[in-house]
Design a protein around this ligand. Structure first.
Ligand SMILES: [Zn+2]
Length: 137
């Protein structure tokens, strides 16, 4: 039997283990489960289960993708590197506002939200500004 490569867990970087019939809700399925956070995926086909596991994206990446879509629905593309940078910096400043709160009183969900907005604006910057038309403005 050939050995299929399993990436680390996309949610916690834990080691993953593949088994058969381990999911409560699935019978005769190949299951892959994170040894650390216990997140699980299943499929009747072994290779499909591995492909599904290895191509999963973290909730943070999904949230950034959603943030990008919302921003694009509400705002035009960045017109220049300066405009894109000022918006990205505004998001970084908002993240910094959350980070510099006393660590015991930090609002972790708010900090996560700001970090995702930084990621989203960084991706928008890369996609909307870094070309010959807008990148030199
Ligand atoms: Zn995990």
């Amino acid at each position: 039997m050939r050995k299929l490569h399993l990436d680390v867990c996309p949610f916690c970087n834990g080691k993953a283990t593949m088994n058969a019939d381990k999911c409560i809700t699935a019978n005769s399925f190949w299951t892959i489960q994170c040894d650390k956070c216990r997140v699980c995926i299943a499929d009747a086909d072994e290779e499909t289960a591995v492909r599904k596991w290895n191509t999963r994206q973290s909730p943070a990446i999904e949230a950034a993708r959603h943030e990008i879509a919302n921003a694009r629905a509400s705002w035009p593309p960045f017109n220049s590197a300066h405009e894109g940078f000022s918006i990205l910096k505004e998001e970084v400043d908002e993240l910094w506002d959350e980070v510099k709160v006393n660590q015991k009183r930090r609002d972790l969900e708010k900090m996560r939200k700001e970090a995702i907005q930084v990621a989203a604006m960084g991706i928008r910057f890369a996609e909307e500004v870094c070309d010959e038309i807008n990148g030199r403005k």
